[in-house]
Design a protein around this ligand. Structure first.
Ligand code: ZN
Length: 94
């Protein structure tokens, strides 16, 4: 699950880079399900808030239950704090 989330997060970083200067952009759901292809809409400010804590993931509403504790919830997204220790800082060995 961690690996899939890492890939999605890298993809979201890329989308964010390509969207620099726009007010809001799509983000791929970070629920960790490799079959999940849903997207959610984040403003630039929301995205920066999300990325300020590496243990927080953005998922579409309803996908948060297996990820961790919801810390913010709107119609568009849920921010979830994962219980996985340091998952995102692990070296990407496969
Ligand atoms: Zn999902």
């Amino acid at each position: 699950m961690g690996t899939s989330s890492d890939l999605v997060r890298a993809l979201n970083e890329r989308i964010h880079e390509l969207s620099s200067g726009v007010a809001e952009h799509d983000c791929v759901c970070e629920c960790g399900d490799e079959h999940c292809v849903q997207v959610l809409r984040l403003t630039a400010g929301e995205y920066h808030a999300l990325r300020s804590d590496p243990m927080v993931f953005a998922v579409v509403p309803g996908h948060d239950e297996d990820v961790g504790a919801a810390i913010a919830r709107t119609d568009r997204y849920v921010f979830v704090r994962s219980a996985l220790p340091n998952a995102l800082n692990a070296p990407g060995v496969s």
